[in-house]
Design a protein around this ligand. Structure first.
Ligand code: FES
Length: 147
């Protein structure tokens, strides 16, 4: 059901962790399953992504797609990183089962949220970047009205 590449990135996820004093950090939630993804970016003065790390409360497909997404954006410029869509990530993993495609959105949205944070901190506009709708910032999800 899962490709070898998915299993490889699930079993040996790349770039798991945190970055101290990141250039940008983004946290997004998956509306379908409630899973959470946080992405840290270290961006140099030329707008090149020097380092990237992620942490997740997500399923195996979310781990594999985020691992692959971090590999794809590392060393890229901010503009190039915007081209790393969830579709590109899925293709790089040789596909995901259709019911798991929504999981791959977490990686793309978390990168966009981190880029949004970077842009805000530096008072710049990144052309083509929109604030992800599932951006939950640093807040814990508000569950007080769930019952
Ligand atoms: Fe939640 Fe995959 S089931 S991210």
């Amino acid at each position: 059901m899962y490709s070898e590449k998915v299993m490889d990135h699930f079993n040996n996820p790349r770039n798991v962790g945190e970055i101290e004093n990141p250039s940008g950090v983004g946290t997004v939630g998956n509306a379908k399953c409630g899973d959470i993804m946080r992405m840290y970016l270290d961006i140099d003065e030329n707008g090149v992504i020097r380092d990237v790390k992620f942490k997740t409360f997500g399923c195996g497909a979310a781990v594999a797609t985020s691992s692959m997404a971090t590999e794809l954006v590392k060393g890229k410029t901010v503009q190039e990183a915007l081209q790393v869509t969830n579709r590109a990530v899925c293709e790089a993993l040789d596909g995901l089962p259709p019911v798991k495609v929504h999981c791959s959105l977490l990686a793309e949205e978390a990168i966009h949220a981190a880029l949004w944070d970077y842009a805000e901190k530096n008072h710049i506009v990144i052309e083509g970047l929109e604030k992800p709708v599932n951006d939950i910032g640093e807040k814990e999800p508000d569950v007080s009205e769930s019952y």
